[in-house]
Design a protein. Structure first.
Length: 198
């Protein structure tokens, strides 16, 4: 059966984004490039982990991951990724504001879901078929799915940096019953895969 997974790059003190996220600092002050150096400087060594991040039949993300805006939509905005986002699959964006779907090059369609995380997951599962569904982020969205017992696998990419503030993964999720099943890494990152025992 397909799984619901997430991949999150975090600091050793548990932050997936720094403070003051904005158009200029999409993942907050002090976080970039420190959290993701491994993706660019050691791409070959981490090819398997990188491939898994976008290997899903559908994706779910929070509005903050899709863009910097709050409130009513800027209809000119179509995501951080340019004309061809890396997902190549349906992406369901959680929002409080309705918006028509956006079809991009390479097979990515952003659909905006206003009726909650369970609805987004049901739609993503239907779109993914037998393939996995990935909760792409950010931390607040992943925390909601963890707290609701809807994630099956958490893949952390822990960078050896301390951010000290920002958006913390695992805030308010209780004890989801994480069981480590794989560990690997280099000097820039430690990959830990956890099974979530519901």
């Amino acid at each position: 059966m397909s799984k619901v997974t997430t991949d999150m790059s975090i600091s050793v003190d548990g932050f997936a984004a720094g403070p003051n996220q904005s158009l200029e600092n999409p993942i907050g002050e002090g976080a970039e490039p420190r959290l993701h150096r491994w993706m660019f400087e050691q791409a070959e060594q981490h090819a398997e982990a990188l491939a898994k991040i976008t290997d899903a039949g559908a994706f779910i993300m929070g509005r903050n991951m899709f863009g910097p805006g709050r409130g009513a939509w800027d209809l000119e905005w179509s995501g951080w990724w340019g004309e061809e986002p890396p997902y190549h699959a349906p992406v369901f964006v959680l929002s409080h504001h309705a918006r028509a779907p956006i079809t991009m090059k390479g097979g990515t369609t952003f659909t905006f879901v206003t009726d909650g995380i369970e609805s987004a997951l049901a739609r993503a599962r239907a779109a993914a078929g037998e393939r996995d569904v990935a909760v792409a982020g950010g931390a607040h969205t992943v925390n909601q799915y963890l707290a609701a017992g809807l994630l099956d696998e958490v893949r952390l990419h822990i960078a050896p940096v301390i951010l000290g503030a920002g958006e913390r993964l695992f805030a308010g999720v209780g004890d989801p019953g994480l069981e480590p099943v794989a560990v690997s890494g280099t000097d820039l990152v430690t990959h830990v895969t956890y099974r979530v025992n519901h």
